[in-house]
Design a binder for this molecule. Structure first.
Ligand code: KIV
Ligand code: NA
Length: 275
């Protein structure tokens, strides 16, 4: 039996075969993605995708734990990483440890992810030294949407590059096992990938990153509005619409359920004798 991947297995892939990742929030889709992915991220994007929030800011820790458990149960081989939601780790390394330890204990996941570079480097080190693998996330950090004024691409002008490169270097030196680069100019993502010792996982970044991640519902073609960096590899939304339309039509026509979907009375029994 092949064991589940662990954070150091992902780190060891630096510069090698690209790391394949998707978000996952749900047991059955986790089982399918587990056949293809090196790690599954229970992203706080689940607040928007599964629960209809306008941003990831309102997501509670409990929701991450509930979906995290489902994904751990549904998968066997991929590393499962769970996002720390807004407000559960920024205040201090000690508070971050308490909340991240709760996520690890209650879900049995293999690591957590948090947003921030320089500002979170001390916290990354604190968690890793105490047994919690941390994936960092820099570039566009969606939990800061209210400060940024929208979901904006980062590093479009070269004068912004030094600060973002510094974010990458500091989380790498602090012991993060990998770092997500979200929505940034492609040449900057390539430069960071060459400069740091840990794998970069791109989303709207560059094919030169050490791996790629997308939100599963976005790449499947289920999400109604997706950013430019999403390629739709499927058309699941249209498939669901067709299937539900066919069901509704058959219910209205009384052609569903058909005889093969219904139960008859037992042999020797009589319908007229039924109570
Ligand atoms: O929440 C999320 O889905 C993420 C990925 C897109 C990196 O953080
Ligand atoms: Na996230």
């Amino acid at each position: 039996k092949r064991r589940r991947l662990m954070a150091p297995d992902i780190t060891a892939r630096k510069g090698g075969e690209p790391i394949v990742a998707l978000t996952s929030y749900h047991a059955h889709t986790a089982a399918i993605a587990d056949n293809h992915c090196d790690f599954l991220l229970v992203g706080d994007s689940l607040g928007m995708v599964m629960h209809g929030y306008e941003s990831t800011v309102p997501v509670p820790l409990e929701l991450m734990v509930m979906h995290g458990r489902a994904v751990v149960r549904g998968s066997k081989r991929a590393l499962v990483v769970i996002d720390m939601p807004f407000g559960t780790y920024e205040e201090s390394p000690a508070i971050a440890f308490r909340n991240a330890a709760r996520v690890m204990k209650e879900t049995d996941c293999g690591g957590v992810k948090l947003e921030g570079g320089r500002r979170m480097a001390e916290t990354v080190r604190y968690l890793v030294e105490r047994g919690i693998p941390v994936m960092a996330h820099i570039g566009l950090t969606p939990q800061s949407v209210n400060v940024l004024g929208g979901f904006k691409t980062q590093g479009r002008t070269v004068d912004q590059w030094a600060a973002i490169e510094e974010d990458a270097r500091l989380v790498s030196e602090a012991g993060a096992f990998a770092v997500v680069l979200e929505a940034m100019a492609a040449p900057l993502a390539e430069r960071i990938t060459k400069a740091i010792a840990i794998p970069t996982i791109g989303i709207g970044a560059s094919p030169g990153c050490d791996g790629q991640i997308l939100v599963m519902e976005d790449m499947l073609g289920l999400s109604p509005n997706v950013p430019k960096f999403v390629k739709k590899f499927g058309a699941i939304g249209a498939a669901i619409d067709r299937a539900i339309g066919a069901y509704a039509a058959e219910v209205r026509a009384r052609t569903f359920p058909a005889p093969e979907h219904t139960y008859s009375i037992k042999e020797g029994d009589s319908a007229t004798a039924a109570p």
